[in-house]
Design a protein around this ligand. Structure first.
Ligand SMILES: Cc1cc2nc3c(=O)[nH]c(=O)nc-3n(C[C@H](O)[C@H](O)[C@H](O)COP(=O)(O)OP(=O)(O)OC[C@H]3O[C@@H](n4cnc5c(N)ncnc54)[C@H](O)[C@@H]3O)c2cc1C
Length: 377
C-alpha cells in the first residue's frame, strides 16, 4: 500500500490525483531526480522542456514532503537575512542571491500562469512585529531593502495600519510586500508535476532510492529497480533519510505545524485579514497565517526539534491562534498537521554539486516555496 499524503487541508482539497507506478526493472535516463517536491518537480519540468529524458523517483507520493504541507507563503529573500549573507559571501554575491530570490518569486507566478496551475495564488504578505524592538528591526530591514537593494514593492505600516489589515491587537508594526504572496502548496506542486509529466518526465512513486553508485553514469537503486543516469539531482530536503549522509549532516530537520479551521465565509476572513494577504511575525519561533481559497484560517507555528509533534496538536495550535485572534475562539478546527523544514546552521540555503554529475539543493530553512523553484530551473 502506497503511503498517503499527510492528513491535511491541502490533501483534502487537492485538485489532481496521481497514481504513478513503482519503479520496476532497469531504466536509463539523462537525468534522474530524487524527490518530487517543488525542487524536484521544477527541475524535472525545466529539463524535460529542454528535451532531456528525465526520471523522477519519489519515496512516497508526489508532493508528499514539505512542499505539500507548507504554509504556502512565497516571500522575497532567504531565511538568513541579507546582512548575514553579506558577511558570509561578500556584498556582491549577497546581491546576486537577493536577485535570485526576487527572480524566484517571478518564476513562481510565471509557472502558475504558463501552466495554468490552479493553486489559489493571492498577492500580498506582511512581516509583523509584536514589540518595540521588532518595530526597529522591521524599519531597519525596510531601509536596507529599499535603499541598498532597490526593492520597491515594500511599505512600512505603523500599528494603526497593521491593525487595519490584521484584526489582532498583538501587532505593533508591519513591513508589507505587494510582490510576495501565498498559494495552495500541494496544488502548486501537483501542477508542476503535471506540467513535467506532459513535457515527458517519467514519475515513479513508492520508489525510495536506497543507494547511489557514483560514476559516469551513476546507478541509482530502489527496492525493485535501477536507473542509470548521466546526471543526478538530489531534491530530498528534510526527508533524505540516510541516502547521502554528507549532505544530510548539513541540515537539521525541524517540525513545524499548521491548523485549518472550518470554512468561515469570505466576509469573516476578509474582516480578519483585509485583502486576503498572508502574515508572519518575526519572532525566532514564529507564527505564520493566511486564509485559504475557501475562507478558512490556516494558522502555523510552533516547532519541534525532536521530530515529535506537540501533544494534542489541534489543541496546541488552537491556543496559539486564539491568542492572536480571539474572534476564532468558537471556530472548529478541521485539520492539524505538521512537516519538516530543513534548517542550516546559518539559515543560508545549501546547494551545489556532490560529484561532477550530482547536484543537490536543500536547507531552505522554512523559506523554500519560491526559492526551491528558482535553483531547480
Ligand atoms: C509545515 C511547513 C510550513 C512551511 N511554510 C513555508 C512557508 O510559508 N513559506 C516558505 O517559503 N516555506 C515554507 N516551508 C518550507 C518549504 O515548504 C520547503 O522549503 C520546500 O517545500 C522544500 O521543497 P523540496 O522540494 O526541496 O522538498 P520536499 O517538498 O520536502 O520534497 C522532498 C521529497 O523527497 C522525497 N525523498 C526523500 N528521500 C528520498 C529518497 N531516498 N528517494 C526518493 N525520494 C525521496 C520525499 O519523500 C519528499 O517527497 C514550510 C515547510 C513546512 C513543513
Amino acid at each position: 500500500m502506497k503511503v498517503k499524503h499527510t492528513d491535511s487541508y491541502y490533501a483534502a482539497s487537492r485538485n489532481q490525483q496521481f497514481d504513478f507506478p513503482k519503479l520496476m526493472g532497469d531504466h536509463v535516463a539523462d537525468v534522474c531526480v530524487i524527490g518530487s517536491g517543488i525542487t524536484g518537480a521544477t527541475a524535472a519540468l525545466e529539463l524535460a522542456n529542454k528535451g532531456f529524458k528525465v526520471i523522477v523517483l519519489e519515496a512516497n507520493r508526489v508532493g508528499w514532503g514539505a512542499s505539500g504541507r507548507s504554509g504556502g507563503q512565497a516571500i522575497f529573500g532567504w531565511a538568513s537575512e541579507q546582512d548575514t549573507l553579506e558577511k558570509l559571501v561578500g556584498k556582491s554575491d549577497a546581491r546576486k542571491l537577493w536577485d535570485i530570490s526576487v527572480e524566484a518569486l517571478a518564476l513562481t507566478k510565471s509557472n502558475i500562469n504558463k501552466y495554468s496551475i490552479d493553486c489559489d495564488w493571492r498577492d500580498g504578505m506582511v512581516h509583523v512585529g509584536v514589540k518595540p524592538r521588532h518595530d526597529k528591526e522591521l524599519k531597519a530591514w525596510y531601509d536596507d531593502l529599499t535603499e541598498n537593494y532597490g526593492y520597491e514593492s515594500l511599505e512600512m505600516w505603523d500599528q494603526e495600519k497593521t491593525h487595519h489589515h490584521i484584526a489582532s491587537k498583538k501587532y505593533t508594526s508591519g513591513m508589507f510586500d505587494s510582490n510576495s504572496g501565498h498559494l495552495h502548496p500541494l496544488n502548486y506542486t501537483l501542477g508542476l508535476v503535471n506540467a513535467a509529466k506532459q513535457a515527458g518526465a517519467e514519475f515513479y512513486e513508492d520508489s525510495a532510492v536506497t543507494k547511489i553508485e557514483h560514476g559516469d553514469p551513476a546507478t541509482l537503486f530502489t527496492k525493485n529497480g535501477t536507473v542509470k543516469a548521466n546526471h543526478v539531482i538530489l531534491a530530498c530536503n528534510a526527508y533524505m533519510d540516510g541516502l547521502e549522509t554528507k549532505l544530510e549532516n548539513k541540515v537539521m530537520p525541524v517540525g513545524t505545524y499548521i491548523c485549518a479551521t472550518e470554512p468561515l465565509g469570505e466576509d469573516f476572513t476578509g474582516a480578519l485579514m483585509k485583502d486576503h494577504i498572508a502574515a508572519c511575525d518575526i519572532n525566532f519561533v514564529l507564527d505564520y497565517f493566511r486564509c485559504s481559497g475557501d475562507h478558512r484560517m490556516l494558522f502555523g507555528g510552533r516547532v519541534s526539534y525532536s521530530g515529535v509533534a506537540p501533544f494534542n496538536l489541534e489543541k496546541a495550535m488552537r491556543g496559539r491562534m486564539v491568542d492572536i485572534f480571539p474572534q476564532l475562539s468558537d471556530a472548529k478546527i478541521d485539520y492539524a498537521w505538521g512537516g519538516n523544514v530543513a534548517i542550516t546552521m546559518n539559515r543560508a540555503p545549501h546547494f551545489g554539486r556532490l560529484k561532477p554529475n550530482v547536484y543537490f539543493a536543500q536547507g531552505f530553512s522554512g523559506h523554500g516555496i519560491a526559492a526551491t523553484g528558482w535553483q531547480a530551473h
